[in-house]
Design a protein around this ligand. Sequence first.
Ligand SMILES: Cc1cc2nc3c(=O)[nH]c(=O)nc-3n(C[C@H](O)[C@H](O)[C@H](O)COP(=O)(O)OP(=O)(O)OC[C@H]3O[C@@H](n4cnc5c(N)ncnc54)[C@H](O)[C@@H]3O)c2cc1C
Length: 494
Amino acid sequence: MTRNTSRRQILQGLITSSVVVGFDTISCSWVAFANTAESFVNLPYLDGVLYTDDTTRASAADDFGHLIRRYPKAVLKPGSVNDIVKMIKFARTHRLKVAARGQGHTCYGQAQVENGIVIDTSTLNKIHNIDTNQVVVDAGVRWSELLKATLPQQLTPPVLTDYLELSIGGTLSNGGIGGATHRYGVQVDNVLELQVVTGEGNLLNCSPYQNRDLFEAVLAGLGQCGIIVRATIRLIKAESNARVFLLDYDDLATFTRDQRLLIDSERFNYVEGQIVSKQDGGWRYQLEAASFYTPPSSPDNTSLLSSLSYNKGTEKIEDKSYFDFLNRLAPTVDFLKSIGVWFNPHPWINLFVPGTFVEQYISDVVSTLTLADTGNSPVLLYPVKTNRFTLPLFRVPNEPIVFLFCILRTAPQNDDTTSARMLDDNRKLYERNRDLSGTRYPVDAIVFSQEDWKKHFGSVWGKLVNAKRHYDPDRVLTPGQGIFNDFKKPKKIN
Ligand SMILES: Cc1cc2nc3c(=O)[nH]c(=O)nc-3n(C[C@H](O)[C@H](O)[C@H](O)COP(=O)(O)OP(=O)(O)OC[C@H]3O[C@@H](n4cnc5c(N)ncnc54)[C@H](O)[C@@H]3O)c2cc1C
């Protein structure tokens, strides 16, 4: 055993046959035995394991989209925050790129890095301290795990995503939107403090009161300036039950009018909606709203539904536990996994459409949309209030109400033509929305140039460029987003 190889690395290495002790700076390859060549550099001592085997690398070269594959040189499963500090410093010195990967549920290579190092945060998985109004949690923890830990104390994060098996770090680097967003903003709006490793390998705390520029560059910052290793997240009182209402509409304008009314009055805790295929062709609309309660108190259905114009008599009303409601996608995901469809390509498109244009834009889209375009997968449409958003890099149209519109497409396996057609459609839909001053929620699959990113960030592009220059001057972090890759000489922007 060399001085720089831990016993744990050796044990893991026996299993993976992939122990490396150093790096050859000329061939840019890992070295299994220490040697005296000038180009040999020792790997730093790690508490976790650096994997270089094909299986681990192949898994980090893929994501939920299955559309892009970029093979990293290695995958770090950190045993400590210090491992991330050391690995980023090492990567920076040897001109390697680094990307954090939470659960790899983005769709277009966002967490991938060709010939670089993927840091798989799933081993950073401790929930440190649950207080009456906040929790301190590692970035690799999944939201389902956090919720299971806080609920026994009748506490919950204010906003949860529709699917809970996403990492804290992954959604905080994008935004984290859900049915409670009309009340509480996105998940990033509910973060009190972060611990971040910057692109220089510095471990820093940041919050609205300390290193605020870093805080604002990292939340919804698409992994460009730092890797989130720990977050302090606000908690609110959790009710034990959810009464869930599914309301049908034939008409888009009536549907969106009722959605607007509900988020304006805040009479429900949760409001979303879907565009659903009709049996005889075409599309209808389904509003999903939930009211949270703890018996013996219970929601008053009559007042909750008053002045809504859904198709009377078609409403479905169901009571569930709060956890089962939030975890409602789990049975569907289990089913999709059992039939293999979960592993198909996912050329998703996620847009924010300005409220002023939503009826026009969506009716245009659905007039030609078919089940072959969606792959028989969900189409989401729901409004949120932009005055709830506090972070500059979470980009939404400049209007009081905007609609999240997502076509969560599934393409057939081994059918590159259909995937390419769906990606092409995504680009066209993106451009039509952009021309109406709409934006994109960038967890999806859209071919995007640096010019597109500049437009996307708009007035805060200069802020991101400055933060990148300050916190990741050698552009080590997260090339998979394609924001700074072809960005040669950043000019100083004040
Ligand atoms: C079934 C499903 C349902 C979804 N539902 C919702 C929803 O309701 N609302 C919503 O907002 N989103 C939703 N998403 C999208 C999801 O939020 C994003 O894909 C999110 O990034 C996934 O988290 P992840 O841990 O898989 O991140 P990854 O895909 O692993 O990473 C995403 C990006 O974040 C970066 N990153 C990851 N961890 C860190 C970190 N610790 N520090 C800095 N950067 C990091 C990565 O490098 C990458 O660029 C859904 C996705 C799926 C597949």
